[in-house]
Design a protein around this ligand. Structure first.
Ligand code: SAM
Ligand code: SF4
Length: 325
């Protein structure tokens, strides 16, 4: 294994794989109001194709994989894919990002297949508001999913909350208190603009979030395992942690360590950029493993230095749900 790094000397060791563009929710910050045009089934990579890409990437230096969506658990046989990825030698960490609706059903099977840990997206602890934000689904199912994941040992379970001003920012303190009362690991995420989602003026910066949390006590910085850009803190007496993710107010592009594979087989070079390299066509054209690796290397060296939100450039091509976060 040689290790991968891009043209800005950033080590690239992390691949996020979106396995579907389908979802059982329609979160207001992620899906456009009128839904999305779904990819035809034939365009979506098979699990065998995903394995070939992951194996080639692992042989180049990728050691961590996160499976995402759409909602990954709506794709049938997902534990089977986790098992296939877990058999790849150089992969030492497989994690999942899910909305939690189906997690209670699959937690034990996922753990047995080799999944290490999960991130669960949860933006409110109020059942009626859950319906407004997610436009579907039941809060109770997500809470049961979180408990099931903890019980089977998919730890640490991290709770991702996209904070939207005027929508759920009144719950910041409630989520933060859960780090003390229930040992939750909560991450507050700034809302990222995507042209194809509509949430208007809902942005709240992490600096403002921290002000709102001040009355709960001093946030002590702490080290906490993660492959990403969150900065972690603890409240006094908390077993759990609070993470902040600032893609907008303080971009972390200089530490970017990742590539993204879309469900239709494109390597996306930046979450917030539109450049992609098509692997599906080459795979289906019978490309050799070495040629596949060449394409992955081209993707890595083509990664842009940073996103261009500050210059008003927002991705126009796909909604967030088709990129996988
Ligand atoms: N369906 C899964 C879920 O909700 O966890 C996985 C896919 S979802 C696109 C991945 C992550 O992206 C979630 O944590 C979600 O909250 C986050 N996300 C979606 N749209 C976002 C946006 N506009 N800004 C910030 N985060 C967003
Ligand atoms: Fe679905 Fe996840 Fe997007 Fe919500 S955030 S609509 S659960 S893909």
């Amino acid at each position: 294994m040689t290790g991968l790094s891009d043209s800005f000397q950033r080590p690239i060791d992390y691949l996020r794989i979106s396995v579907t563009d389908r979802c059982n929710l329609r979160c207001i910050y992620c899906m456009p109001t009128d839904g999305i045009r779904l990819m035809p089934h034939a365009d979506i990579l098979s699990y065998e194709e995903i394995r070939s890409i992951a194996k080639a990437a692992a042989e180049l230096g990728i050691s961590k994989i996160r499976v995402t969506g759409g909602e990954p658990l709506v794709r049938s046989g997902l534990p089977g894919l986790i098992g296939m990825l877990a058999e790849i030698n150089a992969i030492d960490d497989i994690s999942l990002t899910t909305n939690g609706i189906l997690l209670a059903r699959y937690a034990a099977e996922l753990k047995a297949a080799g999944l290490r840990r999960v991130n669960v997206s949860l933006d409110t602890l109020d059942a009626a508001k859950f319906k407004r934000i997610c436009r579907n689904g039941r809060l109770q199912d997500v809470l049961e999913g979180i408990e099931a994941a903890r019980t089977v040992g998919l730890n640490p379970v991290k709770i991702n909350m996209v904070v939207l001003s005027g929508v759920n920012d009144d719950e910041l303190r409630g989520f933060a208190r859960r780090t003390v009362t229930d040992g939750w690991h909560v991450r507050f995420i700034e809302h990222m603009p995507f042209a194809k989602n509509g949430t208007g003026d809902s942005f709240l910066s992490v600096a403002e979030m921290r002000q709102r949390l001040a009355e709960l006590g001093k946030l002590e910085p702490c080290s906490f395992k993660g492959n990403g850009p969150a900065k972690y803190f603890r409240l006094p007496r908390a077993n759990g942690t609070i993470g902040f993710i600032t893609p907008v107010s303080e971009h972390f592009c200089f530490h970017c360590n990742r590539l993204r594979l879309t469900a239709d087989g494109k390597l996306r070079l930046c979450l917030l950029g539109e450049e992609e390299i098509d692997l599906r066509q080459s795979l289906r054209g019978g490309v050799s493993a070495d040629e596949l690796k060449k394409l992955i290397k081209i993707a890595v060296v083509s990664k842009p230095l940073r996103h261009q939100l500050a210059n008003g450039r927002v991705p126009q091509d796909r909604p967030f749900s088709q990129v996988g976060g």
